[in-house]
Design a protein around this ligand. Structure first.
Ligand code: GDP
Length: 442
């Protein structure tokens, strides 16, 4: 998701990053390109306009341009504004004080509504809840049967009354049953149509009035871009939505819907759907998505993955080093060895800052051979060199290349890539400082 946008933004930032000092004109030029990249990603033009104005106002100040690291400060302002556009904080689900909590999923046919009733049920059961799924979309042929099947496959109870009963009655009966069996929440699949129409809206309003749901979540297809935004506006006007689930984020969507919908409609994105499988649902974190979009990798997700492999203590040490920019070649080698156990190398490297784009641009396939070269180069260094790569001068490079059976060019490349990675990590650390104080790391 967002590959094209990420590549464009990374280019812009690399260009200004190469300049030591920035003038107002440099910033304006960069922002013009950011603006174009966002518009091409199908982000709503009003959102783009406000975004660029907000970034410019902060970036053009003396304290940024005169600072020692102006480019990094500009990037961090862009990051901060992107987080704001995406909604700032994660907004969790609201639970009723008297169970069961009722969650209505509404949306157009084909948006992924029925699939997401099952995904949400599966996700919440993983958090220790006992959900009941309710098939109240009696109009789309096969929606009821589809939900029954999903329920059976994933061992989730489904309530239905076929396709003849009235939806509002089905939902009332389901809630009664949930109360008796202590099932909570009740997740309802409601009627969808190909287009918004009056009867569908009236039926949804009727259900809303009868059962007072805690959540009305619109399921919107991110692949439809700005169309998803107008659909959300209309649903919100009629039903006062409490949140959004953006689906099909795994597709080649240009990302515009995700970046516009929160600002335009004013309703938080609560989950994103990233595939057809029942476990392809992620809670939505504005900060993490902004970081991914800027090509800074998703170090937090990587750390979470690593935590499954290495001890808590070790992972905290690693996290601290990444965030304070003191991660050295010794740690790098250590991590490479751990990472080898974690899964396909290219997939993991995608999560590292800046690495994803480099891989795509050069169509690099990291083979085990290449990995062995990197390992050999680092192993040919003295411990002192691994901890302080800055001391590696020309003659040391020659010795390392000879010792590892590689070339000077390979040694140079590794060192310069590592240096670049260290720089981005330090910058990420500055930003994450805010997140950490807020307890942003789960
Ligand atoms: P409904 O008409 O809104 O109930 O839509 P469905 O739940 O039947 O979904 C429509 C199609 O979209 C199905 O083929 C789903 O497998 C697919 N789908 C749903 N969510 C996602 C998603 O997050 N990613 C992808 N790639 N496909 C999805």
């Amino acid at each position: 998701m967002f590959e094209a946008l990420t590549d464009r933004l990374t280019d812009v930032f690399q260009r200004i990053g190469r300049k030591g000092r920035l003038t107002e004109q440099d910033v304006d030029e960069a922002l013009r390109e950011v603006r174009r990249a966002l518009l091409e990603a199908d982000v709503n033009y009003r959102v783009v306009k406000d975004f660029i104005a907000a970034v410019r106002e902060q970036a053009i100040g003396e304290d940024v341009l005169r600072s020692l690291t102006p480019a990094q400060q500009v990037i961090s302002i862009v990051h901060k504004e992107l987080v704001r556009v995406l909604g700032s904080e994660r907004v969790p689900l609201t639970w009723a004080s008297q169970p069961p909590t009722v969650i209505l999923l509404v949306g157009l046919q084909g948006s992924g509504k029925t699939t997401h009733v099952a995904k949400l049920g599966h996700h919440l059961r993983g958090e220790g809840r006992q959900p009941l799924l309710v098939a109240a979309d009696i109009y789309r042929p096969a929606a009821v049967e589809q939900l029954r099947t999903l329920g059976r496959q994933h061992d989730l109870p489904v309530y239905d009354e076929g396709t003849q009963a009235k939806p509002v009655e089905i939902v009332k009966h389901a809630i009664k049953l949930a109360r008796e069996r202590r099932l909570d929440p009740v997740i309802v699949d409601t009627a969808g149509r190909l287009q918004i129409d009056e009867r569908m809206m009236q039926e949804l309003e009727e259900i809303k009035a009868a059962v007072r749901p805690s959540e009305i979540l619109l399921v919107a297809d991110a692949m439809t871009g700005q169309e998803a935004v107008s659909v959300a506006e209309e649903f919100h006007r009629r039903l006062q939505l409490t949140g959004l689930i953006l689906t099909k984020m795994d597709g080649d969507a240009r990302g515009g819907a995700a970046l516009s919908i929160r600002s335009v409609v004013g309703v938080p994105i609560k989950f994103i759907g990233t595939g057809e499988r029942v476990d392809a649902l992620e809670p939505f974190y504005p900060e993490r998505l902004a970081t991914r979009i800027l090509g800074m990798g998703d170090v937090l997700s990587l750390i979470e993955k690593a935590q499954q492999q290495i001890s808590q203590e070790e992972s905290e040490r690693l996290q601290e080093k990444v965030l304070t920019g003191t991660f050295n070649l010794e740690d790098f080698l250590n991590q490479l060895q751990q990472i080898k156990r974690m899964g396909p190398l290219t997939q993991l490297l995608e999560m590292l800052p800046g690495v994803g784009q480099a891989l795509r641009q050069q169509q690099v396939q990291i083979s085990d051979d290449e990995y062995k070269h990197i390992e050999a180069i680092i192993l040919s260094m003295t411990p002192e060199e691994r901890r302080h790569p800055d001391i590696i001068n020309f003659s040391r490079r020659r010795r390392i290349a000879r010792g590892s059976g590689t070339s000077m060019a390979e040694v140079n490349q590794l060192l310069s890539q590592f240096k670049q990675m260290q720089r981005v990590m330090a910058q990420l650390g500055d930003m994450a400082g805010v997140g950490r104080r807020r307890g942003g790391l789960r």
